[in-house]
Design a protein around this ligand. Sequence first.
Ligand code: ADP
Ligand code: MG
Length: 721
Amino acid sequence: MPHPYTLPMDSEMPTRASDYFGSLTFSGDVMLKRLPPDVFMNLQQTMDRGLALDPSIANTVAAAIKEWAIEHGATHYCHWFQPLTGLTAEKHDAFLSPTGDGGALEKFSGDALIQGEPDASSFPSGGIRDTYEARGYTAWDATSPVFLLRGQDGQMTLCIPTAFVSWTGEALDKKTPLLRSIEAVTKHALRIVRFLGDQKTAYVVATLGCEQEYFLIDRDLFLERLDLVVCGRTLIGTAPPKGQQLEDHYFGAIPQAVLAYMTECEQRLFELGIPVKTRHNEVAPGQYELAPTFEISNVAVDHQMTTMHILRSVAHRHGFECLLHEKPFAGVNGSGKHNNWSLSTNTGVNLLDPRDDTHSNMQFLLFLAAVIRAIDLHADLLRASIASAHNDHRLGANEAPPAIMSIYLGEMLTGILDQLERGESKNSSKGGSAAAAMDLGARTLPQIPRHSSDRNRTSPFAFTGNKFEFRAVGSSQSVAWPNTVLNTIVAESLDVIASELEKRAGKNPTPAKLEATVRALLKDLVATHRRVCFDGNGYSAEWHAEAAKRGLPNFPTTADALPALATKKAEKLFAAYGVLSQRELHARWEIQMEQYCKIVQIEGRTLTQMVATQILPAALRAQGELADVVASTQHAGVPCPESEAALRSLVKQVAMLRTSAEELATATAKDVANTVGRVHHFRNLVVPAMDKVRTCCDALERVVPSDLWPLPDYATMLLVR
Ligand code: ADP
Ligand code: MG
């Protein structure tokens, strides 16, 4: 009889997903059943409100978690954290401890739950930790439920979501600043809510739902390509005769083998309490998407990391490789991660829903204006938060939003901004337009359909009816950092707006005074910051020209984008809201810079090796075969000028490949001492050198006999199912 919790196969899973949803998390019912009532209440409050754990309940909670985990077959526990590699990390410890008399007991104390001390000195710290002070500590983020991670053969590991900090308390991870940024944005959001007279809302939360795009390819083909194995993307490969031009894959019937894979992923995610909702084929052949229902932001970030892990690991069991890279294949769409973000009260009122009749139009418009102001003033930081060597292949490539950060609002809200800017009140406006009937005090804006969800996919930051959708985020990236930046810049806006309102309106303003104050402030905000709003085609050349005229920053590559993190302005902002100290911010800048260089360097080396050991030998074999044909026709006295021309052309192509591969090898190996210089070197010399090699290889792929070509081609990888 197998252990009931070891790898239930599809047939063994309860048929109703709701029967096993969250069964591998220590939350909700499990907590209620296993904890004394007072401890349960205390922990539930901690989780709901994002508070620190009360140490006095730690031992009781730890004992209950241990029993629950062991009953489910867990042998080990780990503090699960998110170092600056952008991945997750775990160091496992066994529950088993010797008792000293030859026996052993399973042990797990409150201390082990709350704090860990993985050595973990090899993670990038951007200079925060030198090896002599290498200690890093992990601390439980009790707002995110503890969960059991299932190994391939059913091994269960208890995972405790933790923050990771140095012994001096500096953040060495992505979670710590995220939590701080959530605190900042929700604190200042509450001030606005209070200013408008709401005393009932206890607290505000940030909400997040991330749509994940990915490619699935046959794992055997994947293993045949060094570029995919090492870099996660194809460095060469000529476009197949058929790509995505027929648009026959998008939302098409999901292939059976893929559906089986998706179903298992969903089961694994449901067990972990991850509410995945949507699945469909994406635009490119072989590309798919998965989206959850939104959750509280930091839980959503943890769940997003786990989702990526599950997508990758389950693929192997189905003979697939899941590619999360932003641009695995040239010539077809790359993958992104739409980051849907909003703010909500503790009672679930969405502060960015114009149709929610629990709050006034004023409230919605103030939050809207705060976001517009934030993006206008800090577009550079938002851009930097998604900058990577991977995303450089996608942004601005007419398949993803441009590198210019702008906001899509839609016709209705744009009309309302016009009206606010003109300072019209409902009495002074004429005409019958919907916007003209706007009433700041009323409880819903007229005629905004709840799902005025735009289909303008060219906008990097779009208002989609009741939330903002940041669409420039990369598919393989952790969403912790973009959300940290987003929360911080909006926190600053809300702070400035709240302070201004409090100052202008004074204590206990009359309703008329309050509305006049809000109206006047909105007018100023709209006039100053609406230049960042743009509803047109973001892919067009006209927009690039127009954006330049408006003074909006355009940072096409990572090398252009990252300096924004190394400015006094950024330092002041992150420090003012307690999100990152100067040193912590600098460390992040440095790591993002270094990661860019390392990624491009690895790609350069991989391509050099593939050319030397696979492409050149194949081309030379083809050249040899052709030379034999030419020699034999000449020998037979039947000269064949076409074969001779083909041979001459091939010899030339091979020579070009040799030269460009040598240039690439030299550029990749060059040692540049300082970080900024290195980033520029890789962007200016190595990336173009790789492009040149690729052009040569792709041209050869079109003429070398397919039985000599050493790599699976695009058609085989993308079109065969
Ligand atoms: P789309 O038109 O982009 O497909 P959906 O309505 O399907 O829009 O939502 C996409 C994502 O946005 C989902 O993950 C959803 O849960 C999330 N979402 C919806 N409302 C909110 C909200 N208030 N805050 C954060 N995310 C949200
Ligand atoms: Mg979307």
